[in-house]
Structure formats: structure tokens, C-alpha cells
Design a binder for this molecule. Sequence first.
Ligand SMILES: [Zn+2]
Length: 353
Amino acid sequence: MKDGSPRMIRYPFEDIPAEGEATEVAEGVLWMRLPLPMALDHVNVFALNDGDGWTVIDTGFATRKTKAIWEKLMAGPLGGRPVNRVLVTHHHPDHVGLAGWFQSEHDAELITTRTAWLFSRMLLLDEHDRPTQEHLHFWRRAGMDPEILELRANERPFNYADCVAPMPLGFRRVQEGQTFRAGGRNWTVRLGNGHAPDHVTLWSQDDKLVIAGDQLLPSISSNLGVYATEPEADPVGQWLDSCEGFLPHAREDHFVLPGHKLPYTGLPTRLRQLIDNHHGALARLRTHLQTPASAGDCFPPLFKRSIGAGEYGLALVEAVGHVNHLYQEGELTRTLREDGAWLWQMKESVDGE
Ligand SMILES: [Zn+2]
């Protein structure tokens, strides 16, 4: 694309804020980064200046290291003024991790959707030393590689409570279409789905800012995963509906503050890319499933690259997301293989198309 093209995605701030430091990306809006111990090694958090204190957007994992960075941020860039409110975009640990800590240690009010709050509180209680029967069953249905399944069956699984601080009772609910005041601006609350249920995005009514969480990421695609919590879910369909729903509101000069990677402009272009990427993946999957395969055997058409051990879990839940979508759309049949995996296959088209 040519320079100056309005359909281009641009990154006005390419210098990433260093640990414990902040970049002012708009008046009264600070961008900060916290480390994550994963392939995706950081999460963006923001602080909105309310005059008497701050509204913080998302929090990072609950680790000693993240708390220490927050202490440094509060004493430094946040000028020692209190974090009065924490708005959590969705219930994933990299976003909600320290919300409870801000509530109990810093007397902050938690603001999020009812869904995100209930999910967080529910998952915090779901602690296990070994995977539950439901998890093993879900992984078998997904066609998890037998060696990985064997390994996982005998080790401590991912536990939400390992990286999310305990959350005391009480939160303030935000809902679709509401106006939310923070950082000297009025924001329209718009909820998305697919990556996490009822994911909050905030659209400024006073300037071009959009706070996006993981709903509107640049350069990487949000994981659209199915979990044992709801094995028949269709996050891909919900994601596509959300992208289509956001399009009429999106403008090229919106300045989007995402949960990961760099702030950017060019939102309509990005939304069309996100929609096209999944339609492309679904088209390749249809071709692949002319012959029966488990979700675990659908990585090549979906991801077009080899999947390392560190990404296997995310790839598997996303593969289930894509087969579930085609199944819900009535395009696939499924049969059980002897080992308990669903084998998915395209229905034969009646008119020979
Ligand atoms: Zn995230």
C-alpha cells in the first residue's frame, strides 16, 4: 500500500514503554507494558487521568514481579495519586490478574461486565492438582496428540488461581451501549464476543480513542478457543458477528489502544483483515475436511505453519473453535473414533458443488 493511503494500518508510537515507565499516547492517557511468561510476552495496560486519581485498564498477571512493576508505576508515572478504579476488559488472567489486589490492597473499585466478573470468580474456585475427567474427555474429543494427553493427564494443569489474585465480593457492572466517564472523556461501551464472552471495548465520544483489549488487536489474531466449560461453543461465529457489528462504528482515524502489540490507526482495514483471515481459514478447513479428521489434525490448514509445544494448547482449542463453527453452520458431520476423538467431515453437497 502506498504511503498516505487511508486504508493503511499505522503505528504512531513505535517505541515501547520500558518496564516501570509510561508513554502518554493521548492527553491524560498513559500506556504501560507488563511482562508475561509466555510466547506472547507482554500485555498493555492503560491509566486514564481522572484528576483526583486514575482509572486503570487491565492489570497483568498476579505475580510478585508484576506487583513490583505496578508499585513503581504508581510511585513514578502515576505521580503517587491513587488508582481509584480498575476496568477489566475480559476475564483472561493477563487482564484480570491483579484486579482483586487493586481492590483489597489499594481500595480500588472493580468495573467490568457481569459475565467477566462471574467467570473470574467461578474459575478462581476451580483449582485442581490433576486435570478433571471433563478436561480429559474434552481433550480426547478434540483429538489431542496421545503423547501430550498422557503427559498432561499426569501433571498439574493450568489453574486460573495460579495467576489471578483472589477477588473480594463487589464490582460495578458495565453494559452494552452505556456511557462510561473516565480520563476526561465520555466513552461508549461496546461488547464483543468470540475471544472472551462480553468483552468490553470503549469508544471515546470526545476524540478518536478506542480502548480495545483483545477484541481489536493489530498484527496478531486473538485466540478463538473452545474449552471444557462449554464444549459446543461457537466462538468463531461470535467473533465474526462482533467484527461485522463493529465495522459501522469504525473509522480509519480511530486511534486504537489494544491489549497487546502497538497502538494503531486503520481500524476498518484491521476489522476487514480479521474477518477475511477467518473466512480464509474456514475455506482451507472445508477443503481439508473432504476426508475425515480430528480437530487436532487440522493445524496445517488453519495455521499454515508448524505449531510448537508451547502453542499446542492454544492451537487445539482454536481448531475446535473452527470445526465447531462449520458444524453449527450445518456443513460438517461428526463420528466418534475408537479413541474418543470426533472425526469431522464435510457433508456431501447435494448439487455436486
Ligand atoms: Zn490478552
